[in-house]
Ligand binder design. Structure first.
Ligand SMILES: Nc1ncnc2c1ncn2[C@@H]1O[C@H](COP(=O)(O)OP(=O)(O)O)[C@@H](O)[C@H]1O
Length: 557
């Protein structure tokens, strides 16, 4: 009888945890829908904020999908993929982070009944990819160009675009004020691709409306030696010297051991040290600079020396600020004071020190190499101002994208409804199961207007019905109708300037579809007993690796 028994094959080490098949797929889908549920309520102008705190007492209040996802420290390997797409949406286009997570969650939710019914995931994936391609083509078709308008017209259009983004944020009450500031900042840096050319400086306290834009560089006055608090300085067209050296009287006795045979020699060493520093200071003064900035310390002796000669100096300037001053004023950072020629000095129309709240700011404006701007942000508590900074960052990204790509689509769920209608119409022309899958994809897109309504307390079914009716009008005149966040009805989003750069929408749809397809293509998770702690990350990156076509990350043994 024993000979009849099949030999048992042991593939995996004892303690290895593996789950596979339909159950695994459904569990991954559930995890992703749970993640989408977390950010769901933050969507749109009436979205709520999340307060996240850690055991160190750090508190963050945010409405930004990427920020929330980052702080949540999600462990589930499949759900981590949603964190990744939110992050990449943030870095690629700067907005639409909640949208991308919501869409991915909804695509998966729609796929779930099919998976449970035994549909092969590859069939779903194929249809989803087709639908995504069609959706993106439709966005291109519907996008409206803002090219060819005068600067003033462009500015006002872009400001409206920025205001749409800001309206869903904590600083929504002052959206017009900040929107025009953001547009001016983006236009000031022109085609420069370096985002850090727009600095945001936060000064807690005061009123939001005290925030202002500097067409140039501004940073907080650095540490200054007591007793040298001079009157705020202001220079017109000063030469600016940028250094990366210490201007301090160095007592070498701390760094070196010097043996003297005769005590009288001691004085000569002290003299030499003084000579060295005076020589350096003299060279700085002779360069003709009126402003001296250094990345490293400028000591009290040097500060006094410069003050006596009516030269402004600041030591320990942050690397980022020094680089921005260099870029704006055309100067080059020097690592030695020998041979300072005119070409390495920067200049600007006005340098001044200005009091902002309790802080004194050094401001360089009218810079010849232009291309930099700084927003000095005021108002309220630290958490508030942190969130305000994130919101401005989103708006800056939006305006830059709109300016670069020059096309926008109607927001407020209008574009989503229109693509949804288009896909349903297209599905009717397809035979077979694919029709059902594309219909589900189309239905998933409706999550955006539905959630905008839910978050505002409107009757989503009613609003969606009205929107569907509008969007099927044969004349196409209803194509830009979306949720009217003020009345609870529907309105022409385009006419109301509720716009989104088309790239935000196409990127979000593309990334969400890819994430959903990736999750649908995983049918087994293997937990390696050796790497308990690294398990989550390993599995997530293995799955991500598969998605990028780098071969199978998790191989069945
Ligand atoms: N005034 C408005 N009326 C209707 N919808 C709006 C309005 N302002 C923004 N929206 C919509 O809110 C959504 C963006 O919400 P937001 O919370 O910023 O999420 P995300 O992080 O995805 O950008 C977009 O679909 C946008 O069209």
């Amino acid at each position: 009888m024993a000979a009849m028994l099949q030999p048992q094959i042991i593939l995996l080490k004892e303690g290895t945890d593996t789950s596979q098949g339909k159950a695994q797929l459904v569990s991954n889908i559930n995890a992703c829908t749970a993640v989408a549920d977390v950010v769901r309520t933050t969507l749109g102008p009436r979205g709520m904020d999340k307060l996240i705190h850690d055991d160190k007492g750090n508190v963050t209040i945010s409405n930004d999908g990427a920020t929330i996802m980052k702080l949540l420290d999600i462990f589930h390997p499949a759900a981590k993929i949603l964190v990744d797409i939110a992050k990449s949406q943030d870095s690629e286009v700067g907005d639409g982070t909640t949208t991308v997570v919501l869409l991915a969650g909804e695509f998966l939710k729609e796929a779930k009944p099919f998976v449970e019914d035994g549909v092969h995931p590859q069939n779903l994936i194929r249809s989803y990819r087709t639908a995504c391609y069609l959706a993106i083509e439709k966005i291109k078709e519907l996008a409206v160009s803002i090219e060819g308008k005068s600067l003033e017209e462009k500015k006002s259009l872009l400001a409206k675009c920025a205001a749409t983004t800001l309206s869903s944020k904590l600083i929504g009450g002052e959206k017009d004020f900040f929107a025009s500031m953001v547009v001016d900042a983006v236009i000031a840096i022109g085609n420069d691709d370096r985002l850090n050319m727009i600095g945001i400086k936060k000064v807690p306290g005061g009123n939001m409306r005290d925030s202002f834009l500097v067409n140039g560089v501004a940073f907080k006055k650095t540490f200054s030696y007591a007793g040298f608090e001079q009157q705020p300085k202001k220079f017109l067209n000063p030469k600016i010297l940028l250094l990366n050296i210490e201007l301090e009287l160095k007592s070498e006795k701390e760094n070196a051991e010097i043996r003297l045979s005769d005590p009288s020699q001691y004085q000569s060493i002290v003299d030499a040290e003084w000579n060295i520093i005076y020589d350096k200071l003299d060279k700085c003064v002779k360069s003709g600079a009126k402003v001296v900035l250094s990345r490293l310390a400028i000591g009290d002796l040097a500060t006094q020396y410069f003050a006596d000669r009516d030269i402004f100096c600041a030591g320990r300037v942050a690397e980022e600020d020094l680089q921005r001053v260099a870029a704006a004023t055309g100067g080059t950072v020097q690592t030695s004071v020998n041979n300072i020629i005119d070409e390495v000095l920067g200049t600007c129309e006005v340098f001044e020190e200005k009091q902002v709240g309790n802080e004194r700011f050094n401001i360089f404006s009218g810079c010849p190499s232009g291309r930099t701007a700084t927003i000095v942000l005021r108002g309220g508590a630290d958490q508030f101002i942190e969130e305000a900074e994130r919101s401005l960052h989103d708006a800056i990204m939006i305006v830059r994208r709109a300016l670069k790509n020059s096309t926008v689509v109607a927001g407020g769920g209008a574009i989503d409804m229109e693509i949804s209608r288009y896909l349903r119409q297209h599905a009717r022309t397809i035979a077979g199961k694919s029709q059902l899958f594309i219909n589900s994809y189309a239905k998933a897109l409706e999550v955006i207007p539905r959630q905008l309504c839910d978050n505002a307390g409107f009757d989503a079914t009613d609003v969606l019905n009205k929107l569907r009716q509008k969007h099927v009008l044969p004349s196409g005149e209803g194509a830009s109708y979306g949720v009217d966040i003020n009345t609870g009805g529907i309105a022409d989003s385009f006419a109301n300037f509720v716009w989104e750069p088309s790239v935000v929408k196409s990127n979000a749809i593309n990334a969400a579809t890819e994430a959903a397809c990736l999750i649908l293509s995983v049918d087994e998770t293997v937990k390696n007993p050796k790497s308990e702690s690294a398990q989550g990350e390993a599995a997530a990156s293995a799955m991500a690796g598969r998605g990028r076509g780098r071969g199978r990350g998790m191989r069945r043994r």
